[in-house]
Design a protein around this ligand. Sequence first.
Ligand SMILES: Cc1cc2nc3c(=O)[nH]c(=O)nc-3n(C[C@H](O)[C@H](O)[C@H](O)COP(=O)(O)O)c2cc1C
Length: 414
Amino acid sequence: MKCVDDFRLKFGKKEFVPILVGGMGVDISTAELALEAARLGGIGHLSDAMVPDVSDRRFDTSFVKDKTRFYKYNIDNSDKSIIKFDLVVLAEATRRHVEATMQAKRSEGMIFVNCMEKLTMNAPRETLRVRMASALDAGIDGITLSAGLHLGSFGLLADHPRFRDAKLGIIVSSVRALQLFLRKNAKLNRLPDYVIVEGPLAGGHLGFGMDWAQYDLATIVAEIVQHLKTEQLDIPVIAAGGIFTGSDALSFLENGSAAVQVATRFTVSNECGLPDKVKQEYFKASEDDIVVNTISPTGYPMRMLKNTPAIGSGIRPGCESYGYLLDGNGKCDYITAYNREVALHPDAKTISVMDKTCLCTHMRNFNCWTCGHTTYRLKDTTHRLEDGSYQMLSAEHIFKDYQFSVDQKIALPG
Ligand SMILES: Cc1cc2nc3c(=O)[nH]c(=O)nc-3n(C[C@H](O)[C@H](O)[C@H](O)COP(=O)(O)O)c2cc1C
């Protein structure tokens, strides 16, 4: 019987196990997780979300503290547009995170970084350029462009010495988004090395509206594979979103995908950055506990657990420390929502904001429990222990289960 291991993802002469572990910000897809995926012959992802904060935790730097101190005078100001990122700091933090990870890599597998366009950081072009260029400088194998159409992102890198040798790919959720990207970049004479097609069951932000349930990954993948064939473009297509078993993955590989990208199953791995307590919440979740809502200030729907502390929280905007979602004019929808609630309840000690959340602070504190649609099945991938908790898994176990399992089986840990 066939399994995922009968297939290989090819980039030029190099071959990989056709499994990518997707980027999960903020540091949910840790360096350890990415390194495991690479060690096992696949491809892992770092996330480039809030890297100065990740660097502080990983290397004991003080980038966030320094920024908070610098902008302290603005904390009571409802206008956050003055807060800017220091591009030198951003480059340094990225360099540290990526370089340390790449130096630890001992295998032929690859490590990419997931770069979200929606992290507009009050200077969208400049900050994205710095994040991508410094990741390339620090030796990352490739960049996956995500959370946005990225029409100008290749252009931002065109002068970089590694622009043609690093692997560059894009995540899309429709053939239209891909067409736009290809058309916009035609003059650069540089195609993406891979296209990840992310369907509506994925974790994190969705590239769909609130009508996401009407879409289906297999259909979108088939449209994109057909489009590339018609255009005679030989670009590997990677399916993502809701692929829970090796057999699910196999069916995509047999129908024109060159690989799969998976994430949800790895949220309960030892190597995943979520705190253990939160991993147990993921295990416990039932289907009814998972919602897609519009509380992310990015404007994209986002999937998360219903009991996530981020929902309804009315904390003060944390832009003096973070500010990753400030748009090009220094605005964020959470700030607007927060200021509205403060004006409505001038005497309240604490307020609740239902329609938006302070995503930076909550993601940073692992208080926004974003997850994939299949999270409710995680309990079926492990043992329940005597104390009622669920046994965590190694990333290796999960990776190999995808690689070798057949017949919709899921191997339980030893
Ligand atoms: C906890 C979590 C966080 C995620 N964060 C991001 C992110 O920061 N950027 C991104 O492009 N995709 C993100 N994703 C999407 C994954 O990279 C991946 O493409 C998708 O979840 C695959 O589907 P699956 O989770 O059903 O396997 C996230 C997914 C999860 C589960």
